[in-house]
Design a protein around this ligand. Sequence first.
Ligand code: CTP
Length: 397
Amino acid sequence: MPKSIVLIIGGGIAAYKSLELIRRLKERGIGTRAVLTEAAAEFVTPLSVSALSGHKVYADMFSLTDESEMGHIQLSRSADLVVVAPATADLMARHAAGLANDLATTTLLATDKAVLMAPAMNVRMWRHPATQRSLKALKADGVSFVGPEDGEMACGEFGPGRMAEPETIADAIERLLSAKGSLAGFKALVTAGPTHEPLDPVRFLTNRSSGKQGYAIAAALALAGAETTLVSGPAEIAPPRVARLLRVETAREMLAACESVLPVDVAVFTAAVADWRPDIAANNKIKKAEGGPPTLKLVANPDVLSTLAHGTRRPGLVIGFAAETENVLAHAMEKRLKKGCDWIVANDVGAPGVMGGDRNTVHLITSEGTESWPEMDKADVATRLAARIAERLGKVA
Ligand code: CTP
C-alpha cells in the first residue's frame, strides 16, 4: 500500500518550503493531502499546493462540500502520519492546549495517527518560555519533532528557529512511517533516569541523569508498536505514553521491577544507576554529632543490566548504554563484553549539554563493529535505535 501523510501547513515564511517537501515526498512514493491554515494561505496559494499534491486542498472547516466529500475526522485518519510544517508558535500552543478552533487543530485533535512537527519561527519566539512549555507538553503527548535548525532567519536574526530542510523532514517522515508497527507483537523493557540511594529519610546520593534519552527510547519503541514497560528512577520530565510505567527510587527496586516484567524480546538499559549506596539508610534524620561530620561507608549496588544479561530469563536482545568521559570507544567495547550485552550505545557524557540536554552524539557498538552516528536530537537517536532493533528482531514494515 502506498503511504500517505496529511500535511498541515502553518502560516509562516517557511511555508514555501512545504511545497518542496510535497515534491520530495512524491519522489519517495509518499502521497500528501494538505490542510492550509488561514494564515498559511497568505504565504502559499491553495492552487499551487493542490497542483503539486494532486489533491484538493482543505482549508475551511465549515465548507459543506468538504464535509460531504471527506469529513474532518475522516481526513485526520485518512493518512499514515500527520505532519505539521511549518509548525508555528501559534499552532504549537493551540494544539498543546487542546484547542480545535480551525481545521488544522481539529485534525490534530481528532487523529489516531502519529504526529510530526517541524517548527519554524523567530529565535525569540522559539526560546520564549511559553513556546518551550508547548514543546514540552506536545512531546509528553507523544508528538515527534524535526528541527528547528540554527541559522539566519528571514527576519535577519540568527539562532534556532529555522525550519528543517525539506529533505531532512522527508527523512524523518520516512523513518516514522517505516517504524509504524515494525515492533508490533514484541515486548520491550527500558530503564531510565537516575536512582536515589537514601542516607536517611531526607538525604540521598544521586547523579545528573535527566531520563530524557531513556524516555525517548521508550516512546520510540512504543510508537513502533512494542508493548513497552518503562522502569524509571526519579526523573522530572513527563513520561511518554507506554504500556506500563513502573516508578522506582533505588537500584535494588529497579532490579526487582525489571525482573517482574521478564521475559521480554528487547531490553534497553539507559538508567544511570548509582553504583554504590550508603551501607545503612538511617530510619531517622541523621543529626549533627559532637564528633563532626559522619563518615559515609558505601556498599555496591546490584548491576541491573549485568544481572539480567547473565540471568536465565535473558532478554532476547540486550542493549546497554555506556556513559564515558574519556576513551569513550575503548571503555564502551570493554563494557559490552563485561556486562554481557549484545549492543552497547556509547556516549560522551563529558561533552557539554549531553547530561540533561536534548542532544547526543553516540556510537553503536555491536559484535560486527562500531557505527558512529552524527550529533542529533535524543528523540532521533531513539527513533534510529528503534529502527535498528526492528531490523534485528526481523520485522520491518
Ligand atoms: N547499569 C546498571 N546497573 C548498575 C550500573 C550500570 O544496569 N548498577 C547499566 C546502565 O544502565 C548502562 C550500563 O550499565 O546501560 C553502563 O553504565 P555505566 O554507568 O556507563 O557503567 P558502570 O557499570 O557504572 O561503570 P563505570 O561507572 O565504571 O563506568
